[in-house]
Design a protein around this ligand. Structure first.
Ligand SMILES: C[S@@+](CC[C@H](N)C(=O)[O-])C[C@H]1O[C@@H](n2cnc3c(N)ncnc32)[C@H](O)[C@@H]1O
Length: 277
């Protein structure tokens, strides 16, 4: 079997996402920041609807560069907010950006989501955004979430399901890139179809009041170019080297085709939630 970039990551427990392996790290950091900011108004409504509150002890699991962690702290400033991630480069960005903000910042810590360095029942609310699609062992992560939540504490997991990533009118080269990225992510133990499984995953770990809803985001909200950059272009980096080269050359062509058709891209983002037992 072909050894892929993504397969190499599985030994590190970073699943199928390692920021340090991106060729264009600056670009990827900008993408993560843009993605975290662009839909915050919609995301904020989801978090409030799921009961995030002041005075909660909140964990942002796999916080990346900490953009959403800081936004949560601003939303519920009397809460204690902790961001954890396994990647030191991203954590360093989270810490230095927070220091520049000048208000009381969240706490950031390096940790593996399957072995959290927190005592049992440490948190009232755990948020995990775009983590589960990358995990080889999602059960181990949910077990840890259950352990660190207080009984009755809430988890909210947000993730993709590429069956809900659509282009209208259809564009075959876009679909080709989406399929290739999904295939190689699955080879590495990840799952770009994880969205639909999240409620069953929580229920199988005895979470109660489990729900799952789909939030639709679309290029009509922020423009085709930004949406394409955020949801699709970066996937090239996660392909085996040779294929990545071919796909990289295709990107300008895909962009031109989408623009000439005045296409709309939409993504259904799955939001699953439950209460710890
Ligand atoms: C796509 S990024 C999402 C980052 C952030 N949640 C956001 O939405 O901007 C996936 C994140 O998961 C982190 N990650 C992957 N495996 C992890 C693990 N086992 N434990 C903790 N973090 C992990 C990566 O380092 C990366 O920051």
């Amino acid at each position: 079997m072909q050894t892929t970039h993504i397969q190499r990551l599985s030994g590190t427990n970073l699943g199928t996402y390692s920021f340090d392996e991106f060729e264009e790290r600056k670009q990827e950091l900008a993408r993560l920041k843009e993605q975290a900011s662009s839909f915050w108004q919609q995301e904020k409504t989801v978090l409030v609807a799921h009961g995030i509150q002041n005075c909660h002890n909140i964990l942002d699991l796999a916080c990346g560069p900490g953009v959403v962690t800081r936004k949560i702290k601003s939303l519920v400033p009397d809460s204690h907010v902790t961001g954890v991630d396994l990647n030191e480069s991203l954590l360093n960005v989270a810490i230095s950006d927070s220091q520049q903000d000048g208000f009381e910042s969240p706490t950031f810590r390096k940790a593996d989501c399957t072995k959290l360095p927190f005592e049992t029942s440490s948190f009232d609310f755990v948020y995990a955004r775009f983590l589960f699609q990358h995990l080889c062992d999602p059960d181990a992560a949910v077990t840890e979430i259950n352990r660190v939540l207080t009984p009755g504490g809430r988890v909210v997991i947000v993730d993709v399901d590429d069956r809900d990533l659509n282009v209208t009118p259809s564009c075959s080269s876009f679909d080709q890139l989406t399929r290739a990225a999904g295939f190689f992510q699955a080879q590495g133990g990840g799952n770009r179809h994880v969205g639909r499984t999240l409620d069953d995953l929580l229920a199988s770990h005895n979470f109660t009041n489990v729900t799952r809803q789909v939030q639709v985001m679309s290029s009509d909200q922020i423009g085709l170019d930004s949406f394409f950059r955020m949801t699709t272009q970066f996937k090239v980096e996660q392909l085996p080297k040779e294929l990545a080269g071919q796909m990289r050359d295709l990107i300008p062509e895909i962009r031109r085709e989408l623009a000439s058709m005045n296409a709309t891209i939409s993504a259904g983002i799955h939001v699953a939630s439950g209460l710890a037992c």
